[in-house]
Design a protein. Structure first.
Ligand code: NAP
Length: 268
């Protein structure tokens, strides 16, 4: 372990929780945290892929990895998971899982829309409540909330998802200002289109104009920004796109551009 890794583990370890960890961006967080010597508590719904991934991390990095098959849309399950994870000395939380429903607003039943809120907003609230107070007592720790460029302006056809991502952006930035001075670094990470199994399934057979990045770019940007700023946009092209959408274009035009891009994702 390098001196930098040891310092990272002292600051944010010894255990990290990654919620939504078996594939995509969450799996890359788990890999990079394990490579820095943190022991891991990982959660996802499907036990099989999660356990196979945990075995790979144990053998490659020699860290302890605990797995929990849990549906983060279910409040009681999240509370139970938070209680169990909290029996470890957790110094780091990555909330990564998300439900993103694509479609015309009224094509999805309200139950699914509520599930989107529960997965993307209620679960991180509950886990922060369970895991951050002990970090504050120790005066050290970190929290990462995954959000999205869809959350910086209105985004038709994924409006509820985009709004949950706006919530994660503002909530994380707010906690950065409040908890940072008490030793707990909070960071909201804005990803653009990123090559993950979830993204590939949503875009299969459709042409999207967005440049697609890789998961390691997102996690590298996140870990480099942690403790330094309240939020970070992963990737140069995404930074330029965000500047265009929020600083240069009039708001109606920005929303119309998003509508054109997301319309291509609709099932026809
Ligand atoms: N990929 C992109 O293009 C992109 C762009 C912008 C922002 N983001 C954000 O980045 C984050 C990660 O995205 P992603 O594409 O890597 O993957 P994702 O499909 O959102 O999440 C993948 C991981 O989360 C788990 N998961 C999903 N729903 C869960 C639930 N209800 N309970 C427990 N675990 C759950 C999955 O395992 P199981 O299926 O086994 O549960 C898997 O391990 C999300 O917050 C997303 O909003 C992604």
């Amino acid at each position: 372990m390098t001196a930098n890794d040891a310092a990272f583990r002292d600051r944010y370890g010894p255990w990290a929780v990654v919620a939504g960890a078996s594939e995509g961006i969450g799996a890359e967080f788990a890999r990079q945290l394990a490579s820095r010597g943190l022991d891991l508590v990982l959660a996802a719904r499907r036990a099989g892929p999660l356990e196979a991934f945990a075995a790979e991390l144990r053998s490659r990095h020699g860290v302890e990895v605990e797995t929990h098959a849990v549906d983060l849309a279910d409040a009681d399950s999240v509370r139970g998971f938070g209680r169990e994870a909290g029996t470890r000395q957790v110094g780091f939380l990555v909330y990564n899982a998300a439900l993103s429903l694509i479609g015309r607003y009224f094509d999805h039943p309200i139950e699914n829309r509520l599930r989107e809120l529960d997965t993307n907003c209620r679960a991180p609230l509950l886990l922060i409540d369970a895991l951050v107070p002990p970090m504050l007592e120790r005066g050290r720790g970190g929290v990462i909330l995954m959000t999205s460029l869809s959350g910086i302006q209105g985004t038709p056809y994924i409006g509820n998802y985009a709004a949950t991502k706006a919530w994660n952006l503002i909530f994380g930035e707010s906690l950065w200002g409040e908890l940072g001075p008490r030793g707990v670094d909070v960071l909201s990470v804005l990803a653009g289109a990123t090559r993950t199994p979830g993204y590939l399934a949503n875009t299969a057979g459709r042409s999207t104009a967005a440049p697609v990045g890789d998961t390691d770019e997102v996690v590298n940007a996140a870990l480099a920004a942690l403790g330094k700023r309240p939020s970070v946009i992963a990737g140069g092209a995404n930074k330029a796109a965000a500047f265009l959408m929020t600083r240069l274009l009039p708001r109606p035009q920005a929303v119309r551009i998003m509508a054109k891009a997301t319309y291509k994702l609709l099932a026809r």
